[in-house]
Design a protein around this ligand. Structure first.
Ligand SMILES: *Cc1c(COP(=O)(O)O)cnc(C)c1O
Length: 431
């Protein structure tokens, strides 16, 4: 498989080069030259296939010969080494729980896959790699956990000061070793912009071999397809589901659309957003305008200018009609999010996190308009990650899962920086 830059000003590369570079030299995102189609046998046998085999079969065409099959099989098995249950919550609505990994959010899948691929490439002779990554909350922890102790790889995480939950902050600031956290006085979009600027800086390029671990990196984006397959494995109905995806940077949804383009049966996708709704706005009006990010209860989706939107357009050949046949957008307010967490807990005894709640609202709105449809909403994080939001809303304590271990007692360690490129550059050159 070759990958081309969506800005079309850089040569095409293989999976190894795309993973190491993160972003194309012209600033574009990499996109696969063709979309592999799932074999009929793959779909027929999907229900009984072990998760690790599903992951290997979905990802092998994208990886090609850049990783030997036995190594890739092991990487796939480790990336999906936890549960992905499809849990009925309300009539016609089930949650695909993506929060059973080590940092309790769906980003563990992509981060675990990418860290192992990069570790492999680094052992194959690539010099010391520095992963520079911006987080709106959950990426930081997932990437830190995925890369902790990986030899030849150093990780620097930029996060917006005061805009991530306390659990998220502890997950990305307390590991030490090869992980450093930079606390930026700005928004997630500022952090993302700083990372993009760093990649284009010639002086930094002489000193560091920089790569990204955001969903702009194909090795984080592509593996997210596999849990859409896991959802279908557990789907008990003949009619394919509607799938609601709580979205911020749109890597997750774009991976679902990619799996669908390869032949995974899905009736329709819902882009569920909080007040940061430039994509739902586009799906309604046909006009795309990036917005300044605003803070909401679902902070991991506080993204005003989603990076992966250009990939979604490319997937549908830049055809608005094609896109809207497969995807509808929903905007959910914080008031609706809180009311939904409260109501679903009271009526169905199910505790949503704020992101899953946004998707739940979108799904209910769709189901109301389509009385015969049934759907899945992605529960992208465990509610304990947002206990500061969830506990006052339901008036109960969120039980702390064992995976959180002694985290809450650890000491945060971060370096504070203003949201200015000059400051980031000075810091990086000075270490
Ligand atoms: C990152 C994140 C999202 C948004 O995912 P994107 O791929 O950026 O659209 C949604 N929910 C949670 C809990 C997240 O951490």
């Amino acid at each position: 498989m070759r990958y081309y830059s969506l800005r079309h000003q850089a040569p095409s590369v293989d999976f190894r080069q795309a993973t190491i570079a993160g972003q194309a030299p012209d600033g574009g995102l990499y996109f696969p030259e063709h979309i592999p189609q799932f074999a009929a046998a793959f779909l027929r046998e999907l229900k009984t296939k072990p998760k690790a085999d599903v992951a290997f079969e979905v990802l092998q065409p994208y990886v090609g010969d850049t990783i030997p099959a036995d190594v890739l099989r092991r990487i796939c098995a480790e990336a999906v080494d936890f549960e992905f249950p499809l849990v009925p919550v309300a009539e016609r609505s089930s949650a695909l729980e993506l929060f059973h990994g080590p940092t309790l959010a769906f980003k563990d899948v992509g981060a675990r896959f990418m860290s192992r691929c990069l570790g492999y490439f680094s052992r194959q002779g690539q010099a010391h790699v520095t992963v520079l990554v911006a987080t709106s909350g959950d990426t930081g922890g997932a990437v830190a956990s995925g890369f902790l102790g990986v030899e030849g790889v150093e990780v620097i995480i930029l996060y917006p000061k005061g805009k991530v939950s306390s659990v998220q902050e502890l997950q990305l600031t307390t590991l030490g070793q090869n992980i450093t956290a930079l606390e930026v006085a700005g928004t997630f979009d500022d952090c993302q912009q700083l990372v993009k600027q760093a990649f284009q800086d010639a002086e930094l390029a002489r000193r560091y071999f920089l790569t990204s671990a955001n969903s702009i990196n194909v090795a984080r984006w592509l593996p997210q397809q596999v849990y859409y397959c896991f959802a279908l494995q557990q789907w008990p109905h003949a009619e394919p589901p509607v799938i609601a995806v709580p979205s911020g940077n749109f890597g997750n949804l774009c991976a679902g659309l990619l799996a669908h383009a390869s032949g995974l049966p899905v009736h329709h996708f819902l882009a569920a957003c909080n007040a940061n709704d430039s994509v739902p706005e586009y799906l309604r009006s046909g006009n795309f305008a990036a917005k300044a990010a605003v803070a909401t209860l679902s902070n991991a989706m506080d993204v005003g200018n989603p990076s992966n939107f250009v990939r979604i357009l490319e997937l549908f050949g830049q055809e608005f009609e094609q896109l809207t046949n497969h995807l509808s957008g929903y905007t959910v307010t914080d008031a609706e999010t809180a009311a939904t967490i409260r109501a679903v807990y009271a009526q169905h005894n199910y505790l949503l996190d704020p992101h899953g709640a946004v998707a739940y609202v979108a799904l209910q709105q769709y189901l109301q308009a389509h009385p015969a449809a049934r759907g899945i909403f992605l529960e992208t994080a465990h509610p304990v990650k947002f206990y500061d939001v969830v506990e006052p809303v339901v008036g109960a304590k969120v039980p702390v899962p064992a995976a959180l271990g002694g985290l809450l007692a650890r000491q945060k360690q971060s370096v504070e920086l203003p949201a200015e490129f000059a400051a980031l550059k000075a810091y990086l050159l000075g270490r």
